[in-house]
Write a protein that binds this ligand. Structure first.
Ligand SMILES: *Cc1c(COP(=O)(O)O)cnc(C)c1O
Length: 391
């Protein structure tokens, strides 16, 4: 019997949990109301459902529900945070600090502002993928208004020292925006304890539906003001206009509630499979290297460089049985080597020979052996064809 394909690209997107879909379904047909309609029960029911979901999402982070702004995803939340803070505070200063390994949503938002008068410092990372905290401290100027550093990287899973970054930003009185898209729902994320002022995240990276995300915006100590980036009906307390995606938001809330109860067990399960896979691949193949810190890393992801085995060629050998990726889905349309791996000091060839393997809630233990077999035979056959291998 043909076995189903193994999905090992959960960092690009996760399947929606069936229990989440179940809770969304009524809001497509039986309860079709607009959450902003105040004149009938359909509207009130939709508003109630959104309010419950907002509480569930806020609950996962331990924040107040008035601090959650629903968006169409993390990309929009990132744009709202960076451009929204800049628009409000640019009279105070026009300098931003970010990191070379950030997601394109962050880098392109910063570049967009640069073209309009902002000054941006792009911090380097070491070969572990981590920033130097002294360098961050030294980069802060009188006119710095925002530091944007992600919680965990989408290609390598490498986690930054968020607590210390938060401490530095609060002491120096600059806002700390964190792209938490890969971390929220996967590991404990407490923006208040970490001194994070704004946090972006997305439902489809945590077993919720695609097309819905959120921005946490701190309301006190200190309050953060934002200039809305979408003009319209003044939804979300004037911070994000547009009719709310009620079924999506309900699903986001359900996904957040599930993450809260299942996170700890999931961390153990997925990290054990990830570690087994890594050990087996390192045992079975020569010239394999883990990209980035193995200590400060998300539990479910690994990024491996198989020298002399181009990742596109390797993936072609198993594309009927195994779904993985090289680099991130967001930039995989381009043939450029990963900007994240390059920033960590890999050569273009090494970056092109790297695969990202990310487990999720619906993988099974048996997947580890099948994935190992597929990758080992793929790498061996690509290397056998390479004139550079064995020279
Ligand atoms: C996926 C991702 C995004 C973009 O999220 P969308 O909801 O797909 O717009 C932003 N940042 C990181 C780190 C991501 O992994």
């Amino acid at each position: 019997m043909k076995q189903p394909m193994i999905y090992l690209d959960n960092s690009a997107t996760t399947p929606t949990d069936p229990r989440v879909v179940e809770q969304m379904l009524p809001y497509f047909y039986d309860l079709p109301g607009n959450a902003a309609s105040r004149t009938h029960a359909y509207g009130w029911q939709a508003e109630e459902a959104v309010s419950k979901a907002r509480q569930q999402v806020a609950g996962l982070l331990g924040v107040d529900k008035s601090e959650i702004v629903f968006t169409s995803g993390a990309t929009e939340a990132v744009n709202l945070a960076i451009k929204g803070v800049y628009d409000t505070y640019q009279r105070k200063g026009k300098h931003l600090i970010t990191v070379k390994t950030e997601h394109k949503a962050v880098l392109d938002s910063c570049q967009w502002l640069e073209e309009r008068g902002a000054e941006v410092t792009y911090l380097e990372v070491d070969e572990q993928g981590r920033i130097d905290l002294k360098e961050l401290e030294n980069a802060i100027r009188e006119d710095t208004i925002l530091v944007a550093v992600m919680w965990a990287n989408n290609e390598t899973g490498v986690i930054q020292d968020v607590a210390t970054i938060g401490e530095i930003c609060n002491r120096r009185e600059v806002f700390f925006f964190c792209d938490g898209t890969q971390a929220v729902g996967k590991i404990p994320v407490d923006p208040v304890a970490m001194g994070v002022h704004l946090l972006a995240f997305s439902a489809h990276k945590m077993y919720g539906p695609k097309g819905v995300g959120a921005l946490y915006v701190r309301r006190k100590n200190p309050p953060v003001k934002l200039t809305a980036q979408l003009a319209g009906g003044g939804h979300e307390r004037g911070r994000r206009s547009g009719t709310l995606n009620v079924p999506g938001i309900v699903g986001f809330g359900a996904a957040a509630a599930l993450a809260q109860t299942e996170m700890m067990a999931e961390i153990e399960r997925l990290s054990s499979w990830r570690d087994q896979l890594e050990i087996k691949l390192l045992e079975s193949l020569e010239r394999v290297k883990v990209n980035g810190s193995q200590e400060m890393r998300l539990p479910q992801i690994t990024n491996l460089c198989f020298e002399y085995a181009d990742a596109e060629d390797v993936m072609r050998t198993f594309n009927q049985v195994l779904a993985v990726s090289s680099g991130s889905a967001c930039t995989s349309a381009s043939l450029d080597p990963s900007h994240v791996l390059k920033a960590m000091g890999l050569s273009s060839d090494q970056a092109h020979a790297s695969l990202r393997l990310s487990f999720g809630r619906f993988n099974q233990e048996e997947d580890v052996d099948r994935v190992t077999a597929a990758i080992v035979s793929g790498v061996n056959s690509v290397r056998a064809d390479s004139p550079l291998w064995r020279q």
